[in-house]
Design a protein around this ligand. Structure first.
Ligand code: HEM
Length: 419
């Protein structure tokens, strides 16, 4: 066993003989999560980190535990307390968010947004999404006339999702930039390791974004003519007392945040994968089927979200390993989507793959399965097609984007490109 080998020095024999998951250090996981998961997945269904968190590795187990009542979502109040989030808009958001609720509260909070984000309703937004992509590419092109190399993350991938969300709220385009800034200030609050050194920025982002959304909702409740089905549905839920105004705002803010870090990372990853592997760039612009296939495969191979976090309410036995009660459980969708029991040649980027599953784990599963899946896919497809159509000569200016992290939302640096 070498220092760079993904296997921990901890004795796996001792651990497995008592059903305790073997230990793997966070630093090994950070260094090369795919190698660690590949090594352990065939040996054990669960590994644990030094902090006791249990990582579930196999596709069938991840799927089963996403709907298993012995696991539950992380509680927003507890999460805020443990992470030292001060009382105020950020704490209110975490406590009231559908992402951190269960049962009736979760259903009530989710229902008014589901219809607006269903596949057919989202299809009607395609022109809005395309025009958002096109408007950002105008700026990329303008920048390309004065600079040799461009950071596609800051010019396109990052501003695109908040721009789409601000349009869904009917916000004027001159407000989109500030809106995007607040979104990315507050979004780290939903990361698995909430970075406490950024607390002031997160609180400021939460305060400003919440105030902005409150204003939008107030207009909708006052019956002002707005072109936003999302706001109208939330206003209707408040009018019939299904949601309090504060709850409605918290769900809208969660939605905006949930839509942003995830989709920006996915966009950067997929552009990087296509350009790095030299596949199909110039054909993507007029081939929606090809774009759909690239999006699906990029999301599987390098998902922007690596896991769904849960809490074990009781002991859970899985094929020779046991997750103790009261542990943080990380359902590793990153590992599951490269499980050879589910996918042939799982480490390869194959855009003509035929073994994608109907409900891909990249969007989670069960009651909390991503509500924005249809919109995310459309943004990724339209973004890719618009870039390919308008910038057919796009090339990587350096290495493919670096993707870091294995749990929660992953971090992506780049891609830097030439036009
Ligand atoms: C590629 C992009 C995206 C990925 C990979 C992704 C992934 C996920 C995953 C894995 C979950 C489940 C979390 C859990 O079970 O703990 C989730 C939930 C959620 N997502 Fe997404 N998401 C994406 C885009 C979006 C978009 C565009 C929106 C909004 C329009 C959105 C809004 C949400 C919300 C509100 C939840 C919480 C749902 C609930 O708790 O019921 N996501 N997402």
């Amino acid at each position: 066993m070498t220092a760079s080998h993904p296997v921990s020095a901890h004795s796996q024999q001792d651990d497995r003989s008592v059903g305790r998951p073997p230990f793997v250090s966070s630093s090994e996981l950070e260094r090369d999560p795919h190698a660690v998961f590949r090594h352990w997945r065939e040996r054990t269904p669960v590994i644990q980190r030094e902090d006791g968190a249990c990582l579930v590795l196999r596709a069938a187990d991840v799927e089963a535990l996403l709907i298993d009542l012995r696991t539950r979502q992380i509680d927003g109040a507890l999460y805020s307390r443990v992470r030292g989030v001060p009382p105020g808009p950020l704490q209110d958001l975490l406590v009231a968010s559908l992402l951190m609720s269960e049962g009736d509260a979760h259903r009530r909070r989710r229902a008014p947004m589901s219809r607006v984000l269903a596949v057919r309703a989202v299809e009607a937004l395609r022109d809005t999404v395309r025009s958002a992509a096109e408007s950002l590419i105008d700026d990329v092109e303008a920048k390309g006339r004065i600079e040799d190399e461009i950071d596609l993350m800051s010019t396109f991938c990052a501003p695109f999702p908040p721009l789409v969300m601000s349009r869904l709220l009917g916000a004027p385009s001159e407000e989109a930039r500030a809106f995007a800034r607040w979104v990315y200030q507050v979004s780290p609050a939903f990361a698995p390791a909430l970075p406490s050194e950024d607390m002031a920025a997160m609180v400021e982002g939460a305060t400003r974004l919440t105030a902005y959304v409150e204003q939008c909702l107030a207009k909708a409740m006052a019956g002002e003519a707005l072109r936003s089905d999302l706001l109208e549905n939330m206003a209707a839920a408040v009018a019939v007392d299904t949601l309090t105004p504060g709850e409605a705002v918290a769900q809208l803010v969660t939605l905006i945040i949930g839509a942003s870090d995830t989709t920006r990372a996915a966009m950067a990853i997929q552009v990087g994968l296509v350009l790095a592997t030299g596949q199909a760039w110039s054909r993507l612009g007029d081939d929606p089927n090809l774009a759909r296939a690239v999006v699906a495969e990029a999301l599987r191979l390098e998902p922007p979200v690596g896991s769904a976090p849960r809490f074990s309410m009781e002991e859970i036995a899985l094929d020779g390993a046991t997750i103790p009660a009261g542990r943080l459980v990380s359902l590793s969708t990153l590992s599951a989507m490269r499980d050879p029991a589910r996918f042939s040649d799982p480490d390869a980027f194959l855009i003509d793959r035929t073994d994608h599953t109907r409900w891909p784990l990249v969007f989670g599963g069960g009651a909390h399965r991503c509500i924005g899946e249809a919109l995310a896919r459309m943004e990724l497809e339209e973004g890719l097609m618009a870039l390919s159509r308008r910038l057919p000569g796009l090339r990587l200016a350096g290495p493919a984007p670096k993707i870091e992290g294995y749990a929660g939302i992953r971090r992506v640096d780049g891609p830097r490109v030439t036009l």
